[in-house]
Design a protein around this ligand. Structure first.
Ligand SMILES: [Zn+2]
Length: 90
């Protein structure tokens, strides 16, 4: 993921911390925070529900455990709902 100010790549460890408290970007020293986008969550709800419904017969056809795919879809869903916003660091 990239900094909302300078588009520089952000370090994963500080990204994770920014979920709780805003962090400063390494290169531009501006604050940012990782947050869940409610809009994107709603937007993706239908396609995710649909793929969860569809993946079962497909994975059974392939002979792969459907729970594996379901978990994968839910993880991808969670990750795609995350977004970086500009946030002042106190
Ligand atoms: Zn930056």
């Amino acid at each position: 993921m990239k900094c909302p100010h300078c588009k520089e790549k952000l370090i994963f460890s500080s990204l994770r911390k920014s979920l709780r408290t805003p962090q400063t970007c390494q290169s531009c020293k501006e604050g940012y925070a990782l947050t869940i986008s409610i809009g994107r969550m709603f937007l993706l709800l239908l396609p995710v529900a649909f793929s969860l419904f569809m993946i079962r017969p497909i994975s059974l056809y392939w002979g792969i455990d459907p729970t594996f795919f379901s978990a994968l879809i839910i993880i991808l869903y969670g990750v795609s709902c995350l977004t970086i916003v500009k946030r002042a660091v106190k």
